[in-house]
Design a protein around this ligand. Structure first.
Ligand SMILES: Nc1ncnc2c1ncn2[C@@H]1O[C@H](COP(=O)(O)OP(=O)(O)OP(=O)(O)O)[C@@H](O)[C@H]1O
Length: 259
């Protein structure tokens, strides 16, 4: 299920604007990799290129290679819609379907993949996914209530349940805790830790403590100046990046001296 991600020499454009330049990185399966760096350095753009969400923006494109467990993500026969279903994404703001029930929210992605599903199978998927997202105990008696009836932290875990319901190969998380209170943040961080047994997780975060707490590896991105492309500056184990980085810029960013 979990897959490694190998990116070579990836350039990412919005029209003529080169937003991210020359990224080469190998992200191991069953691990958590954090993307850190100052605003505008291209973390979210790069993240979205890993499930072909980037190109939904008109004029957006990439040059280079992204290989997930041997499969070229941008190969000529690859359907981007299928890729987006296989590589789950969790966004900054929880985005459950507000009027849809909790039960149906969990199944929303799953139903796109499977044409028909027996009620007993659907029940099993809902229970398994909500348990994976550490939400089952809180909602099992109100599965028919709307998604919007949950707290922000619960809604974010519902979105994670929706993402894992389809058993994705990779889970991409773009600042998943930035709209959450500290208790909900801690619940999501615990969850990320548990999920890495089954998934390859990539998480964008502005929170250095969070990167240090949840990730095995950290990639630091930076840009020379506004309008210049973002680049991957340094990548390594989180322990090394936080305690003994090779690059001065990495050290300065981690110590809060810029960004
Ligand atoms: N839809 C878009 N159209 C054109 N340019 C864009 C678009 N989205 C982002 N950019 C540009 O691409 C560059 C990288 O942006 P991106 O959002 O990926 O950075 P980031 O590191 O995730 O920033 P932040 O930490 O502030 O979220 C920026 O210069 C940004 O202005």
């Amino acid at each position: 299920m979990a897959k490694s991600i190998d990116v070579s020499d990836l350039d990412i454009y919005y029209g003529d604007f080169l937003a991210v330049e020359g990224v080469t990185i190998s992200i191991p399966a069953r691990s958590v990799t954090a993307f850190i760096g100052p605003s505008g350095c291209g973390k979210s753009t790069f993240l979205r290129s890993l499930n072909r969400m980037h190109e939904v923006i008109p004029g957006a494109r990439v040059d280079g290679k992204v290989v997930i467990d041997g499969q070229d993500l941008y190969g000529p026969d690859v359907d981007p819609v299928v890729v987006r279903r296989q590589i789950g994404m969790v966004f900054q703001r929880p985005n459950p379907f507000p009027t849809m029930s909790i039960y149906d929210n969990v199944l929303a992605g799953f139903k796109l993949n499977a044409k028909r599903i027996k009620k007993s199978d659907a029940d099993a998927v809902v229970e398994r996914s909500l348990k994976s997202a550490n939400l089952w105990n809180e909602v099992k008696d109100r599965l028919n209530r709307p998604g919007s009836s949950l707290s922000g932290g619960q809604q974010q875990r519902l979105c994670i349940a929706r993402a894992v319901a389809v058993e994705p190969q990779v889970l991409l998380m773009d600042e998943p805790c930035s709209a959450l209170d500290p208790i909900s943040t801690s619940a999501i961080e615990d969850l990320v830790h548990e999920l890495k047994e089954s998934y390859t997780i990539v998480i964008v975060t502005h929170n250095m403590q969070q990167a240090a707490r949840v990730s095995d590896d950290t990639a630091f991105f930076n840009l020379a100046s506004v309008g210049k492309p973002g680049r991957l500056i340094e990548y390594g184990t989180t322990a090394t990046i936080f305690s003994n980085p090779e690059e001065k810029a990495t050290e300065a960013y981690i110590q809060g001296r810029f960004g």
